[in-house]
Every structure is written in structure tokens, then in C-alpha cells.
Design a protein around this ligand. Structure first.
Ligand code: ASP
Length: 601
């Protein structure tokens, strides 16, 4: 090799050794006739000293070297003089006195600082991702990501799982997102879909008798991108035969506990992971992805305010809606401006408005007076109503209610958003805590008004609760599935379910979802048929590796933990993907592009 040691390796015990190092010029300093270069490689930094009196030629080369030049240095390890030891650097007690140096490659001035973690424009970072990845934080994150997948592989291997690859060119799956399609050259007019997940194939591996499968699998979903979504992402995909929900939830918990303790022993965790039935989670937090690091739980004021003088509340309740709120401790100090901002904020979630009610004054609530109720619509509230609200919420003087009256789903969505926003503004969530929670007892279906039909809450291969089979026909909306999700700090890390493994049940499920026998046969005939050849009871889950690493690395955006992510409009500024192709390529694929230019502009 061009080096004998890495730049993170040398310690005082190497004193006097002749070594060869190779790496990048991290920093270069001229000091009283000496040049100091911090040489950086994958493993760390080493200070190299160039003395014109000891090695004139090497000094001259060091003198023309610039940041990010690639150097090979030959020298001797020496202890640093007293007073110059750097306790923050693993190699901080030594330096290498250079005898010779070779410039292996020069470097242009990078478009942004590599050595400091400054804010850099996203596009620029992605265009020069190979430079962005040189930055310490990015480098450490990639190393952490490797440790995460290695831990998972080792953990599962020790428990009898085997990793099996499934194809990327496959048939569409009903995971609920739009497919990425790949045209077939040899089958004109036919398309592969990139997998949204290996769902069907992993189930078929259970039919094939593997019993314990996993894969660190790439998945593709053509969706609107957000901080926690990318067109392609990585899942830990897993399936086991002869299991029930409890087995899978325990596996999820053990795996993530061990993983967190290995990668981030410094972070807090609540053990055992709390478990919340779906309905309780929605009632208390407005969502099935609650951030449990802080309270601000939702309170239902419908009963207290159903007879309210305030028409908006009365009407909402009369139309089947709810009046719900969060109560912000100490919120009475919120300025009008802040409340206006929060009102605009809930509009973004489709809520019609936000009503604030603050409890002013001192003393017990029994002595509350009308004048001590501060609200733009204070006159519509009676003292008794506000006292009842306060009792429900455990509120005191100085606190403030933020109330939404709307359809239940809209109110929950708005209050979930509001709860997180207020939590963020008041810094209620401990950034050094990973608060995992398992959510279970999901409803089987949700009704979509647009096309007036039922959709699976998870996917059509999920088994309904056995004791509720009779509901499937009579009242599908009331049926629950055998599925579970793992959530952490408000992020859905993943989930799974016990699957259907009998043909009749699967056909019935497709029927409820509006997929007739003929279509079911055409799209999923392979699954239906496989279930007739001794399919074992089975279940599994998938969790997002990108999200897991982002949480462990305390990053808010999964792009920070992906080596080469896409922009929010699904492009790659570095390679230029997606790109136009030649007319010949299109012809070969039997594709005619219409309106490409207009659409792109
Ligand atoms: N295939 C599901 C998903 O990717 C997970 C599972 O049910 O195992 O969301």
C-alpha cells in the first residue's frame, strides 16, 4: 500500500517509528518557519511537521500544497512538545516529522468548506456529493449506517434468519404508492415495476419453507417527497413462519433496543417500549405516529361545548364533528402574533380555525371570573364551561387552550400538527431521547370518499382479527387487523402484520377492496395459487433503515444519512438523472414521448 498506517492510528507507543501516511490536506498552517499539515484519511487526522532545516525538499512541496491536495508523507513519529498536545484528537499526543512528501494529486479549491460544518446550499452539496461526504459529520454518519446494517445482519443471523435477495425488476405490488415502471424491450408495451417492497416475494419464501427470511432491501415509491421520503429507500424487510403478533412486536423491540444501545449508548430510551392501541393513540395524540417525548395530549371538549353559545362549535358538533384542543401549560403568555401564526398553521392542515382560551388571574379555579377568561370569543364561554374544560385537561391559571372544531379526522390531523409545532417552539421534546412506541390494533380498512370504496390501512395481505371475521361483510369499518407499527419520536419507522395464508380469505379480502375474482387472478394469481400448496401461517415487518439511521444520527432529514440522495423533486444534480434518452433508445423500447418539453418547463 501507499501507506503503512492510517491517519487515525498513531499513538506515543509508535515514537521513533518510520511511517508512511497518505491522505488529504485537511489544514495547513505556517508557523515560525515550520509548516504544519493535518493529514486526513478515512480513519482520522495526523499532524505532520515540515522543517526546512531537516528536509528542505519536503518543506518546499508542503509549501505549495493546498487544501484537499492528496499527499504521501514519509517521516518519523515523535511526541508533541509539551503544551502542544491536543486532547481532542486521538492522535493528539504525537506528530510525524516529515522526511519526504509526494503530491499524489492536486485539488481545485472546493466549492464549500470541507473542514468546517457550515450551512451549504443543498443543490451544491448534492452536485458535489463526493466532497460533501468528505465532511466529518457526513463521513461519521456513513460509518454509523454501516454499523447499523451490520448489527442487524449479525443479530438476525444469530437467530437463524437468512438473507435472500429478491429482484428489482418485478410486477406491480399494491403497497399504496405510485410505481416506478421500467419498459420491456423484448415484450413491447409491457412494463416491470420496481418493488415498493418485496412483500409478495417474502411471503412466497415462507411458502417455500424458509421460515426466517430477511433482506436489507431497496424499495421504490413514486410519491411526493418530504424530509422522511425519498424515491428509493432501504428497508429491513423480514418474514417469519409460525408466529403471532406478540412474537413480531417482541422482535421489533429487542432488535431496536439492542441496536440503539450499541450505536448510541449515550441516548435515552424508554424500556420496555410502550404499546398503544391505534384508537388510544389517535384519541390522545391525534395520530398513529405520536411523539411521546412530551405531553400536550389532546382533550375532547365536545361534551362540554356541545351547547355552546358559539355557533361554530355548536354547528360542528351538530354535523357529527368534534371540539378538541390541546392545553398549553403557561400558554397564557403567548402573544397575539404567535396565536395568529398557529392559526395559519392549522389552516394548512385543513382546519377552519383555531380558538384560543387563556385562564388568567391567580388562585384556585373555583374563583375564576368571566374577566379572567381571555379569548377573542370570550363572551361565548361561561365560567362553568371553562372550569369544566380545565378539569378535563388538568389545566391551571396561566394555561391556554387551543381549540379546533371540525370533522374528527380534520381536527385530529390539525391538532397533531399543532401539538408537534407547539412542542417544537417550546422545546418540549428531549433531543437526546429516542422514545419508541409500538402501535397495534389498527383498523382493517379506511373508506375513501373520492371513489367510494374501502382501502386497506396496511396492505391487502394483512389478516383480520379472527374474532372479527363476521364484521368483514356487515361492518368493514369496525374490523381490526393483526398489524403493528414501530414509531419513534413521531416518525413511523415501519410495521408489519400477520398475513392471510388461505386462498378463500385472500379472495374475500380482494373482494372487499373492489378487486374482483378475475382481476385478482390476473394480478395476484401466483399468491392465490401458492396458498393452495401448504402455505404456513406467517407474518413479518419492514422498517426503514434510512429513518432508523437518521434518528440514531439525530438528523431531521433522511437525505443526511444517504450517500447519494435525490432532491425534493427527485433529481440528482450530480449525475443529471433523470435524463433524456436518444430517439433510438425510445424506439427500441416502443415508447413515444409526448409533451416532454412542456411538462418539464
Ligand atoms: N411490505 C410492508 C411495507 O413495506 C411491510 C410489511 O408488511 O412487512 O410497508
Amino acid at each position: 500500500m501507499l501507506k503503512t498506517h492510517s491517519c487515525g492510528e498513531l499513538r506515543p507507543s509508535y515514537e521513533g517509528d518510520a511511517v508512511k501516511l497518505a491522505g488529504w490536506v485537511h489544514r495547513r498552517r505556517d508557523h515560525g518557519g515550520l509548516i504544519f499539515i493535518d493529514l486526513r484519511d478515512h480513519d482520522g487526522l495526523t499532524q505532520v511537521v515540515f522543517n526546512p532545516k531537516e528536509a528542505a525538499e519536503a518543506y518546499a512541496v508542503a509549501d505549495v500544497s493546498r487544501g484537499e491536495y492528496v499527499l504521501q508523507v514519509e517521516g518519523t513519529v515523535a511526541r508533541r512538545p509539551k503544551g502542544t498536545v491536543n486532547p481532542n484528537l486521538p492522535t493528539g499526543e504525537i506528530e510525524v516529522r516529515a522526511h519526504a512528501v509526494t503530491i499524489l494529486n492536486e485539488a481545485k479549491t472546493p466549492p464549500f468548506y470541507i473542514v468546517v460544518d457550515s450551512d451549504v446550499d443543498e443543490l451544491l452539496r448534492l452536485k458535489y456529493r463526493y466532497l460533501d461526504l468528505r465532511r466529518q459529520r457526513m463521513h461519521e454518519t456513513m460509518v454509523m449506517r454501516h454499523r447499523v446494517t451490520k448489527y442487524i445482519r449479525d443479530y438476525l443471523t444469530e437467530r437463524g434468519f437468512i438473507e435472500i435477495e429478491t429482484p428489482c425488476l418485478t410486477a406491480p405490488t399494491p403497497e399504496g404508492a405510485r410505481d416506478y415502471l421500467v419498459p420491456s424491450r423484448v415484450q413491447p408495451g409491457h412494463f416491470y415495476a420496481l418493488p415498493q417492497s418485496p412483500q409478495q416475494l417474502k411471503q412466497l419464501l415462507m411458502v417455500a419453507g424458509f421460515e426466517r427470511y430477511f433482506q436489507i432491501a431497496r424499495c421504490f415509491r413514486d410519491e411526493d417527497l418530504r424530509a422522511d421520503r425519498q424515491p428509493e429507500f432501504t428497508q429491513l424487510d423480514l418474514e417469519v413462519s409460525f408466529v403471532e403478533e406478540e412474537d413480531m412486536m417482541r422482535l421489533l423491540e429487542e432488535l431496536h433496543t439492542g441496536l440503539t444501545e450499541m450505536v448510541r449508548p449515550d441516548l435515552k430510551m424508554v424500556k420496555p417500549f410502550p404499546r398503544l392501541p391505534y384508537e388510544e393513540s389517535v384519541r390522545r395524540f391525534g395520530t398513529d405516529k405520536p411523539d411521546l417525548r412530551f405531553g400536550l395530549e389532546l382533550v375532547d371538549l365536545t361534551d362540554v361545548l356541545r351547547e355552546s353559545e358559539f355557533t361554530i362549535f355548536r354547528q360542528a358538533v351538530a354535523q357529527g364533528g368534534v371540539v378538541r384542543a390541546i392545553c398549553v401549560p403557561g400558554g397564557a403568555t403567548f402573544s397575539r402574533k404567535r396565536i395568529d401564526e398557529l392559526t395559519t398553521f392549522v389552516h394548512g392542515y385543513g382546519a377552519r380555525g383555531l380558538v384560543s382560551v387563556a385562564l388568567l388571574g391567580e388562585g384556585g379555579l373555583d374563583s375564576l371570573t368571566q374577566e379572567e377568561i381571555r379569548s377573542p370569543v370570550a363572551k361565548y364561554f361561561t365560567v362553568e364551561q371553562v372550569q369544566a374544560m380545565a378539569r378535563l385537561a388538568g389545566a391551571n391559571r396561566g394555561d391556554m387552550f387551543l381549540i379546533v372544531a371540525d370533522k374528527p379526522a380534520t381536527a385530529n390531523k390539525a391538532l397533531d400538527g399543532l401539538r408537534r409545532e407547539v412542542g417544537r417552539r417550546l422545546e418540549l421534546a428531549d433531543p437526546d431521547m429516542l422514545h419508541y412506541v409500538l402501535i397495534y390494533d389498527f383498523p382493517m380498512f379506511e373508506w375513501h370518499e373520492e371513489d367510494e370504496r374501502w382501502y386497506s390501512v396496511t396492505h391487502p395481505f394483512t389478516q383480520p382479527r379472527q374474532e372479527e371475521l363476521h364484521l368483514l361483510e356487515s361492518d368493514p369499518g369496525a374490523a381490526h387487523s393483526r398489524s403493528y407499527d414501530l414509531v419513534c419520536n413521531g416518525w413511523e419507522l415501519g410495521g408489519g402484520s400477520i398475513r392471510i395464508h388461505r386462498r378463500e380469505m385472500q379472495e374475500e379480502m380482494f373482494g372487499i377492496l373492489g378487486i374482483g375474482l378475475e382481476e385478482a387472478q390476473r394480478r395476484f394469481g401466483h399468491m392465490l395459487e401458492a396458498f393452495e400448496y401448504g402455505a404456513p401461517p406467517h407474518g413479518g415487518f419492514a422498517t426503514g433503515i434510512d429513518r432508523t439511521v437518521a434518528l440514531l444520527a439525530q438528523q431531521d432529514d433522511i437525505r443526511e444519512v444517504m450517500a447519494f440522495p435525490k432532491t425534493k423533486s427527485a433529481t440528482d444534480p450530480m449525475t443529471g438523472a433523470p435524463a433524456e434518452v436518444t430517439p433510438e433508445q425510445l424506439a427500441e423500447l416502443h415508447i413515444v414521448v409526448t409533451k416532454a418539453e412542456e411538462d418539464a418547463s
